[in-house]
Design a protein around this ligand. Structure first.
Ligand code: AHG
Ligand code: MN
Ligand code: MN
Ligand code: MN
Length: 280
């Protein structure tokens, strides 16, 4: 595991340089989810693939930006699913973005996730590693330095409600409005990595990306985005659900499957469960 984390650190130093100096324009390709890939998505994907290919411990990799699994070492212990540059369309307006990695054993599915890592590229570069607990590191003078453990409070005061509001179910809209009445403050940048990082560090709240009328299974991808953050939130003492059950119990049938998702401190997650239970 340690060599995978080292590899992620190495990739992140290259991706930081790419973000700072690369072309933010579109490529002429689409990924399997139908997103037009930016040149930055493709370039960061190439960096990560090159670095993981050097590790004997990696059995297979799969990227949000590629169609299929790439098999590497037959005897490798780990499978890694990653989103090379989440929120890449925010780079041109200089908002924070991130990379997300889910580390699995045996098979790419929620019950086999053993660790997750995300890296936030903002004014600072920070890496958060969830295994048994959640540890944050910061890039300083070319090296990642341990900063703190992350533990969520039981109840927070931030909310980050994602997706197109006009396509929200009425009970979802009501829940987001009610939470607003309880004094929660809106903190949504459109990049799940900094949005979820803020909730983790500022002690709690609720991030939601629900199923909608046009996309009943939401937008966020299970292997690359949803399960890695589900592990981080659970290990930090909070919760991660699809509205009805733990995300880490959701079955994956295809590597690019998506899922509605809610991440938060325990009080907020309890509230989502109550609202969604009452509305099927
Ligand atoms: P991508 O990996 O294609 O850049 O997706 C970004 C994600 C996530 O970061 C964010 O929460 C969500 O898309 C924003 O989507 P909406 O604009 O629909 O809210
Ligand atoms: Mn994309
Ligand atoms: Mn993404
Ligand atoms: Mn992406």
């Amino acid at each position: 595991m340690q060599e995978i984390i080292k590899a992620i650190e190495e990739a992140s130093i290259e991706i930081k340089e790419l973000i700072e100096t690369g072309d933010t324009g579109k490529s002429d390709q689409e990924n399997s989810t139908g997103d037009t890939q930016l040149k930055l998505d493709i370039a960061s994907d190439i960096i990560i693939e090159r670095i993981f290919k050097q590790l004997p411990t990696v059995k297979a990799i799969v990227s949000e930006e590629q169609e299929d699994i790439i098999n590497l070492n037959e005897n490798g212990e780990y499978l890694i699913a990653y989103d090379p540059l989440d929120g890449s369309s925010l780079v041109d307006v200089n908002l924070s973005v991130g990379s997300i990695y889910g580390i699995y054993k045996n098979e790419f599915n929620a019950k086999n996730i053993v660790a997750s890592v995300y890296v936030v590229f903002g004014p600072r570069v920070e890496m958060v590693v969830a295994i048994d607990d959640v540890k944050m590191y910061r890039l300083k003078h070319g090296k990642f330095e341990f900063i703190q453990n992350i533990v969520l409070k039981q109840k927070g005061n931030l909310k980050a409600p994602g997706s197109t509001q006009s396509a929200w179910a009425p009970h979802h809209k009501q829940m987001v409005d009610d939470i607003f009445n309880d004094g929660y403050r809106l903190r949504y940048s459109g990049g799940m990595v900094p949005d979820l990082h803020q909730i983790l560090l500022k002690g709690g709240g609720l991030f939601s990306y629900p199923g909608t009328t046009d996309k009943p299974k939401g937008k966020l991808r299970q292997l690359f985005e949803v399960f890695p953050f589900a592990l981080a939130y659970e290990k930090a003492g909070g919760g991660a659900i699809d509205g009805h059950k733990r995300l880490l119990e959701v079955e994956t049938t295809h590597i690019h499957d998506t899922s509605p998702c809610f991440f938060g401190s325990n009080e907020e997650i309890k509230r989502v469960l109550e609202v969604y239970k009452a509305h099927g």
